[in-house]
Design a protein around this ligand. Structure first.
Ligand code: AHM
Ligand code: MG
Length: 336
């Protein structure tokens, strides 16, 4: 590139935070510190993943996490990086992590925020170099709270923000503070997330479905039949839907944000609430999807953000993505 082509007025994540501070639901200036800490954690995890194979971090540790999965070394590291960054921010009171059975409460006296996170989602893909990500929901503590599960066992509509970082060919960050979705890409040389999609909108329709069809033997008959209808030529263009399933929620949804389509993880006979966890998978993704103009519901057609977990690791079935494609499901099951 010639020097004239260089943009000398980049919107970095810290600049974006300062400039949008006013529009954040119920947030004061201290929100800046939360997002700075998140940005740092994402950069640190990103760099660690990129070095992993060379410094022998791949492979399993032999421990199991709260939901019984085998932990990878990187899962453990990602979790530590994340928790330390939140603690050091001074403004986060508690963290719920997929990798920790119990909520972690810090001694930060004036802290006002609760963060729920999956530090490295899709980690079963790590050794094959497939994209993984960190997913977070952000709550403000209840008035007078000194940090308890009540601060996060709330409806999804109570989140003040949500974001994910995807560690792919580049590191991408999608963030919502309840006022649309902004997309950033990490500039590795500057060490800064740069705003590249100021108002990201999810396309309203795209004939792509993303679901683990290997589970179909255990699905309800209605779900099997609905997916079959997607494989028939569609009225809009005479073509069937395409199947795309990476098996890494962040990567499957990142594609959905950019191209559109339907992502689902339904319940089945073995998993009555599906696989994905509400607080740090379904909620933050549902908020981002809705803020980008899409829809997010459970098997029964109930809006994900209206659900309320009773336990920090509760799960929910999900159907999310383009408005018209989610509506197609809702119509099929008689919920529209
Ligand atoms: P994880 O949090 O243990 O990594 O599991 C969540 C992941 C999601 O990223 C992905 O959508 C899903 O599990 C894939 O599950 P499956 O392999 O059953 O299709
Ligand atoms: Mg995970």
């Amino acid at each position: 590139d010639s020097l004239e082509d260089i943009n000398t007025d980049l919107v970095t994540l810290p600049r974006y935070i300062i400039e949008t501070q006013q529009s954040i639901k119920g947030a004061k200036g201290d929100f800046t510190l939360v997002l700075n800490a998140l940005g740092f954690a994402f950069k640190f995890i990103s760099q660690t993943i990129r070095k992993a194979e060379l410094i022998n971090l791949v492979g399993i540790t032999g421990n199991t996490n709260s939901t019984g999965d085998q932990q990878k070394k990187l899962d453990v590291l990602g979790d530590e990086i994340f928790i330390n960054a939140m603690s050091a921010s001074g403004i986060v009171k508690l963290v719920v992590s997929e990798e920790q059975e119990n909520m972690i409460v810090f001694h930060n006296n004036d802290a006002k925020y609760a963060i729920c996170c999956d530090p490295i989602d899709g980690s079963s893909n790590l050794d094959a170099g497939v994209s993984v990500g960190t997913i977070c929901s952000i709550f403000r503590l209840l008035p007078g709270s000194t940090g308890s599960t009540a601060d996060v066992l709330r409806q999804g509509t109570e989140m003040v923000g949500a974001c994910y970082a995807m560690y792919g060919a580049s590191t991408h960050l999608l963030l919502t503070l309840g006022n649309g979705v902004s997309g950033f890409t990490l500039d590795n040389t500057l060490g800064e997330f740069i705003l590249v999609h100021p108002e990201l909108k999810l396309p309203s329709q795209r004939s792509i479905y993303s679901i683990n069809e290997g589970n179909s033997y255990y699905w309800d008959k209605e779900i099997v039949e609905f997916i079959e209808t997607l494989k028939q030529p569609q009225s809009q263009d005479g073509k069937p839907y395409s199947a795309r399933y990476i098996g890494s929620m962040v990567a499957d949804l990142h594609r959905t944000f950019l191209y559109g389509g339907l992502f689902a993880y339904p319940s089945d006979k073995r998993n009555p609430h599906g696989k994905l966890r509400l607080l740090y998978e379904a909620f933050p993704m549902a908020m981002l999807v809705e803020q980008a103009g899409g829809k997010a519901v459970n098997d029964q057609g109930k809006r994900i953000l209206d659900l309320c977990p009773s336990h920090i690791h509760d799960k929910s079935s999900v159907w999310m993505g383009s408005n018209d494609d989610v509506d197609k499901y809702l119509k099929y099951v008689g919920k529209l």
